[in-house]
Design a protein around this ligand. Structure first.
Ligand code: ADP
Ligand code: MG
Length: 621
């Protein structure tokens, strides 16, 4: 039987390809030869746009460099397909090893793809390390460098003069086939392990790393695929135009591609396709008008550049009315009826022990752990041990350093001094995704769900980043969803859930990594008392069933004292007490830390203050 996931993605890709082909044929039928030309050019642009979407849509980093890859692809294909006779006059100084190939269109596409891959590989060394606007600016630099090189290497490219003599081998059939293939590749990529991982980095880089995603690797892979597809689009362009110059692969085409993606919806391949169709329609219409003349009885002056203005206006309009684009970030999903993973659920019901990871008795230890922020000693020489399979409560007044301590344990922060050990491994200088894979999974005090991904995707990303094979990651996903009562919400976007459920998604996501320890930073914050009680019950059950160790920060002292096997109390960065709930409850240092800070008027949550009074009030009086 065909894997249902592949089937679903194939259906969607086919549907998109059918739309494209239908538009192409329609243009040919309605407008004859001119229609065929427009449809061919549109198909090339679809390839380019989809290539850009693979990187920018999935990583969330707007690239200003798509035309650079197209340019490299175009000149590569141009040189390789040119007939040797023409080449001798057009490029008399071409290095011998580049001359005289006269390749066919398909071979030229393959070589152009490889050239694009190499350029992406070289630029990717830098790109993979950057995020946000720094990455965007780097793509801008790449565009300028490539343009400058194309102009400067006169012997190979004819510099800023027109490069001519390229056989016009990009027929409608060739362009449509490549576009359909690109759509299928991009659509499939989105739903691969890497595709999901890279989308998670788009939503929240820190959270993605915390569940085991290798952010740099995921981003690099998207960049490589994107560069490859864009170079192919460039090679098609060269063999469509026959003659071109470096300016054809500069900011104007870059801008058009970006405007198409924004109009259609940068977050989806469907959006890229719709954007190309809409913007092509707008620009072609305006192109007919830009020469001016008699239009519908009115005499209109010539307005050159009208198509570009039209595309810009369309983009601004969409940004204004519907910022996620006409399609938005979800795919067509014709295949929704048969959810890729649904078929497997019944066979792998949670509770089956097949995949319960063997959890060695690794303890989590902090030794003289410190972190200073300038003069602030947020964590100051803290030593403690969380035993495998037990629940350790971490408490302390606001600002005590609890969150900083968790950040140190899971690698979001490097310690100023001290060590963290998981079993016999020192992990304090490892990257967060390595620590996650080693078995420390965490949630954040301030929610960090992947809002624009479904609940199931949120959890699956984490499972896939840490599990060795698909069966295990699917099992862990289903198990984690079921444990937190999220099975029926799998298809909802995580960002659309109420606050309490988003917290549960984050815990389920952490659990799906198959951790030895779960570190939960105020998991019940923002939940009502009933939700909090239910959560604590689920955590106790989880520990009992799986033997996962839990380190939990919680303000509700009542709850934490009933839940925890051991409690570590910190205040102003220092550990002030450790022991059972009973021991800690009566510890004078703890009482004075809580009541002392209360007296000094430090900001406290209502819950915390009332709990302090409830829990330790008796002993204090
Ligand atoms: P808790 O989670 O126990 O409420 P935190 O760990 O968030 O406390 O903070 C401990 C102390 O460290 C606070 O005084 C806080 O202001 C300070 N702090 C935390 N993170 C930073 C940072 N990135 N830069 C400067 N100070 C910080
Ligand atoms: Mg905190």
């Amino acid at each position: 039987m065909v894997n249902p996931r592949i089937k679903a993605v194939t259906m969607d890709s086919l549907a998109l390809a059918v739309i494209l082909v239908a538009v192409g044929i329609l243009a040919g039928v309605l407008f004859g030869a001119n229609g065929v030309r427009i449809a061919t050019s549109m198909s090339i642009v679809v390839t380019a746009c989809v290539g850009l979407q693979v990187f920018s849509g999935n990583t969330g980093i707007v690239s200003f460099g798509p035309a650079a890859f197209m340019g490299v692809g175009a000149y590569t294909a141009g040189i390789l397909t040119m007939s040797p006779v023409v080449q001798r006059t057009a490029l008399p100084h071409l290095p011998v090893w580049m001359a005289g190939y006269g390749l066919s269109v398909w071979s030229s596409l393959i070589v152009a793809a490889l050239t694009g891959l190499v350029l992406a590989g070289v630029s990717g060394i830098v790109m993979r390390r950057l995020s946000g606007s720094a990455a965007s600016i780097a793509t801008l630099a790449l565009q300028i460098i490539v343009y400058t090189v194309l102009v400067a290497t006169k012997d190979i490219t004819r510099g800023s003069q027109t490069f001519y003599g390229v056989p016009r081998n990009t027929t409608l059939v060739v362009a449509l086939s490549v576009a359909a293939l690109s759509i299928a590749v991009a659509r499939t990529f989105r739903d691969t392990r890497t595709g999901r991982a890279v989308r998670a980095t788009r939503e929240d880089e820190v959270a993605a790393a915390a569940v085991g995603v290798d952010v740099r690797q995921a981003r690099l892979r998207a960049w490589l695929l994107s560069g490859t597809i864009l170079s192919i689009a460039g090679a098609l362009t060269a063999q469509f135009l026959g003659a071109f110059g470096p300016k054809d692969f500069y900011f104007e085409s870059c801008f058009l591609l970006i405007s198409m993606l924004i109009v259609g919806g940068i977050g989806s391949v469907s959006g890229a396709l719709v954007g190309v169709i809409v913007i092509t329609a707008v620009t072609e219409l305006l192109r007919a008008l830009e020469g001016g003349g008699d239009i519908l009885g009115f005499s209109v002056p010539a307005l050159y550049g009208l198509p570009l203005v039209g595309a810009s206006l369309a983009m601004i309009l969409v940004l204004f009315i519907r910022p996620t684009g006409l399609v938005g970030s979800r795919e067509l999903e014709l295949s929704k009826a048969w959810d890729p993973l649904k078929g497997r659920d019944s066979k792998l019901l949670p509770g089956s022990q097949d995949f319960q990871a063997p959890k060695g008795a690794h303890a989590l230890e902090a030794n003289q752990l410190s972190r200073h922020f300038g003069g602030v000693r947020a964590v100051d020489g803290v030593t403690f041990k969380a035993e495998a399979g037990l629940i350790t409560g971490l408490i302390g007044p606001n600002g005590a350093g609890k969150s900083t301590l968790i950040n140190l344990l899971t690698g979001q922060l490097r310690p100023s001094a001290g060590h963290v050990a998981l079993g016999s491994d020192l992990i304090e200088n490892k990257q967060p995704h390595i620590i996650a894979r080693a078995g420390l999974a965490r949630t954040f005090q301030n929610l960090r769900v992947f809002a624009d991904m479904t609940v199931r995707e949120n959890v699956l990303v984490a499972a896939e980043a840490c599990a060795a094979d698909t069966a295990l990651s699917v099992w862990r996903t289903n198990d984690a969803l079921a444990r937190f009562g999220l099975e029926t919400l799998g298809d909802r976007l995580a960002g659309s859930l109420p606050y309490g459920q988003r917290r549960l998604v984050e815990i389920a996501r952490a659990l799906a990594t198959g951790p030895r320890f779960l570190l939960l930073d105020e998991p019940a914050a923002g939940m009502n008392p009933a939700e909090t009680k239910e959560l604590m019950g689920r955590l106790a059950a989880l520990r009992a069933d799986t033997g996962v160790g839990i380190l939990v920060v919680e303000h509700d002292l009542h709850l934490i004292m009933s839940l925890s096997d051991t409690i570590v109390v910190i205040d102003r960065g220092k550990r002030i007490a450790v022991g059972t709930a009973d021991a800690v409850r009566t510890d004078p240092a703890v009482i004075s830390a809580y009541l002392g800070s209360k007296r000094m008027g430090e900001k406290k949550t209502q819950v915390e203050t009332s709990s302090v009074v409830q829990v330790i009030g008796a002993s204090a009086s």
